[in-house]
Ligand binder design. Sequence first.
Ligand code: SF4
Ligand code: SF4
Length: 258
Amino acid sequence: MQALPNKAFYAKLQQTYESLPSLDCGNCSGDCCVSPTMTAPEFVLMMQAACQLFTEQEFIAWLKKPVLEHLNYPGNHHCRFQDTDSGRCKVYPGRAMACRLFGHEALRHFENADMEFCAKEPGNRFALSKDHLENIFETIQTIHHNCDLYYGEPYFLMSLHLDAWIDFYYAPNLVTNRPSLASLRHFLDTELHLPPINHSGHTTLPGKLKTIDLLFHYINHGDKTQCLETLESLLNDFPSVGSYYHDEAKQILQMLQK
Ligand code: SF4
Ligand code: SF4
C-alpha cells in the first residue's frame, strides 16, 4: 500500500509526537480510547501508518467496522483502532496527539467544562510541562496553516474525530456549495489515497453540515427564533459527530442570548 508521506510537515509532526514524554499506564490498556479528535495532517499520518501496518483487505474491513458506543465515555465512539481483546492500539506509531496527551496533568492548564481527564493517575503524568504543551499546540497549529488549511466561518473544521474524518474523506459531495471546505478537500485528495469503498457513513456529519448551513441562512435573514432553535439542535442532535462545531455553536448562542 501507499508509502508514508515524506513532506517536511509530516516529519515535523512526527518529531512533535516523539517529543512527548511517555506515560506509564501500567495494566490499563487504553480505557480512554474513544474515537480520537485530530487535525487533517494528523489524520493523513494516522491513515498512512494504518496502510503500512494492515493489508488492504484488513484495512477495508477496519473501515467498514460498525461504530460502537464507548462504555466509559457515554456519547463517544469506541476507537476503531483498539483491539477488542487486548485493548492495544493497532496503529500505535501513527496515533494522534490527542491519544498521546490524555493522562498528562499539563492538560489541566487548558481545562474547559467539556474536558475529561484520566482518573487512573498513570506514572510520569507530571513529566510534560505547560510550556512544552503550549509549544506542541503552537506547532500543530503552524503545521495546519502551512498545509494551507484555513477555515473561516461558518466552518471551523479544525478537527474532527476519526469516524467523522473517514466520513468526510469518502463523501466528496459534502464540499458542494461549501467553498470554505474546498481547501480541506483538496488537501485530503492530494495527500491521501485510500482504497475506494462503498462507504455508508459512521456519523451524522452530513446532517450537521446542513444544519450549520441553515443556521447561517437564519443569521443572514435576522431570524433570531430560528437561530436559537438551530443552535440547540447543533448542540444536542448530532452526538456522533463529537465536538465539531460545539464551541462555535455555544459562542453564537451566548451572543444571541445577551
Ligand atoms: S491515559 Fe489513563 S485511561 Fe488512558 S491508558 Fe493511560 S491510564 Fe488508562
Ligand atoms: S488510535 Fe490508538 S491510542 Fe488512539 S484512541 Fe485509538 S486505539 Fe487508542
